[in-house]
Design a protein around this ligand. Sequence first.
Ligand code: FEO
Length: 398
Amino acid sequence: MKGVKKITDGIFWIGGSDKRLERFENIFPIPEGVSYNSYFIDDEKTAVFDTADITVSDQYLENLKDSLDGRKLDYLVVLHMEPDHCSLISLVAGLFPEVTIVGNAKTFTFMEQFFPESASYNKLEVKEGDTLSTGKHTFQFVNAPMVHWPEVMFAYDTASKALLSADAFGTFGALDGGIFSDEYDFEKDFLDSARRYYANIVGKYGMQVQAVLKKAAGLDIQMILPLHGPVWRKDIAWFIDKYQKWSTYEPETDDIAIIYGSLYGHTASAAQALASCIREKTNADIKVFDVSGTDVSYLIGEVWRCKKLVLMCPTYNNGIYPPMESFLSDMNALGVQNRVFALAQNGTWAPVTVKLMTEKISTLKNVTIVDESLTIKSALHKNDQESLERFADAIIGA
Ligand code: FEO
């Protein structure tokens, strides 16, 4: 039972943590690992909410068998039909053929697409507002479409007042022994990962997150049980407030991120000179990132954190330096809103990136592009000091 963690009366965590996977969804680097949470309900009927990723199957099945302790599994509830949570469905259904799989119409459509054999499973189709009772616990289903797939549901347990929130309120980061957020220094250990997870995975669906937050506001929530990362039983309002900000594209801080692309270091030096100049004039918090050396998912996390984004890059093949272009495309795909941009370009001849970046950024909603831009000819020189100061002042004043 070492892998099983008690959450509250009758609810146990039986998931697994993976520290070997390099990239989540084969895109996002996760040096901090990731946990796949599954919840076992020990009641008159037994139930499991979601399974886990196949990479933790041994750990997961051991936890499930230990929890059942010889009893049969009555229900497998599928809140999210993405493979990081559903890849063990067939295995579980094979081990417990009498189990009833609980999901909505879309869940079962996706299930048959992934697992054609699931056509023969015992199924119970539910919809928004339906309930499932296991005895002492009664779970009420709440649709949460596009948080982050269309079939997603939350389940609210009226007995424990726990909200099983699927991907929402999750984070990258393996669990190191503790299961509750208050067993960690969450701001130090998880907040950057939680923001990066939200922004990259769910960031595009702010409106849908808002819709489900409004529904959740009507519930007396004492615990949040996400599918990744620690469970919340304290300071829930603090984390909901983060989601409120993130889903409305409100900057979490007034900080400045300077993100530069640089072939030979000249734009990098200009970025550092700008950061120094801003620091000398204010006590603003500034971070400087190399767009080529920083995985774009981290930059997207910074976009959700910072109010002001300074983009500096050379012209390349008469276009935007490709890593910067890729970053801009990602911002566009995720529907970034409500930020202040300042733009700088470098070109040994014919610099055009301020114009091209302006065109791309102008397609985002509620953004301000600072009037003052900075143009560097090959490298920043002493006689550029005045324009650097003007650029810094414009950023500070924006
Ligand atoms: Fe953790 Fe959308 O899957």
